[in-house]
Ligand binder design. Structure first.
Ligand code: B16
Ligand code: MG
Length: 219
């Protein structure tokens, strides 16, 4: 039977936590006199917490001490954790469970490949942890997306070669990471923003069982 490694990003692919990251970052930025738009926010998706704060400070032309930097990172995460504390299974994005269950029925190995250090807590909250054979997240890697490390580690955990893996991603940085890992990249979201993906879908509702079958059998 044909097998592929299916790697899912978390924020913006499995759950809509991208909106909570945006709210928490914007509140923090506004508190230090910086504002940014939803368009700029696209650059923060898939990007590590450290890199996100560096980018925001860059947009505001602001330099701060190492101590302040660490304090702001903690503040943002505390705020973000308050949002995710309220999460339940109703926050799983449409048809994610259908696709995961279909892959499980077809004996396909599944891994998470997320930049988030909060990934495990979120998967537990939405009761999806058991659907994954492996989890690779922000705690396991030293190089953030667009570096391919997170996806290469996920492939290893599934005992699959990179060119046997398929990545579902909602961020520009993540699509680039998948492409650099020599994997098939599937953009979930705006096809214009994610124009470098091999395939584009607005969401999983648009993804047919037939398409998934084709991915599994792709030579
Ligand atoms: P945390 P993903 C990423 O998760 C988010 O897209 C990004 O906005 C966030 O800064 C990053 O995780 C780090 O998250 O602060 O929770 O460690 O999309 O790769 O699942
Ligand atoms: Mg994401």
């Amino acid at each position: 039977m044909n097998r592929k490694g299916f790697i899912f990003d978390l924020d913006g692919v499995i759950v809509d936590t991208a909106k909570y990251h945006f709210l928490a970052w914007r509140k923090l930025a506004n508190g230090i006199g910086i504002d940014f738009t939803e368009v700029q926010n696209e650059q923060l998706k898939g990007v590590s917490r450290v890199r996100s704060l560096e980018k925001i400070l860059g947009w505001g032309n602001k330099t701060i001490s190492g101590k302040q930097f660490a304090e702001l990172m903690t503040k943002k995460n505390d705020d973000y954790l308050r949002y995710i504390d309220q999460m339940g299974q109703d926050e799983i994005l449409p048809d994610v469970s259908r696709v995961l269950d279909l892959l499980i029925t077809k004996n396909q190995p599944i891994s998470l490949g997320s930049a988030s250090k909060n990934a495990r807590i979120i998967l537990e909250k939405v009761a999806l942890r058991d659907k994954f054979d492996a989890i690779v997240d922000g705690n396991d890697v030293s190089n953030a997306k667009p570096d391919p490390e997170v996806f290469l580690r996920a492939a290893e955990s599934l005992h699959m070669k990179p060119n046997e893996c398929i990545v579902f991603e909602d961020s520009v940085a993540g699509v680039e990471a998948a492409n650099r890992a020599n994997m098939i990249s599937i953009g979930i979201g705006d096809a214009v923003v994610l124009s470098h993906a091999d395939y584009n879908f607005k969401d999983f509702k648009e993804m047919s069982a037939q398409f998934i079958e084709q991915l599994i059998n792709k030579k």
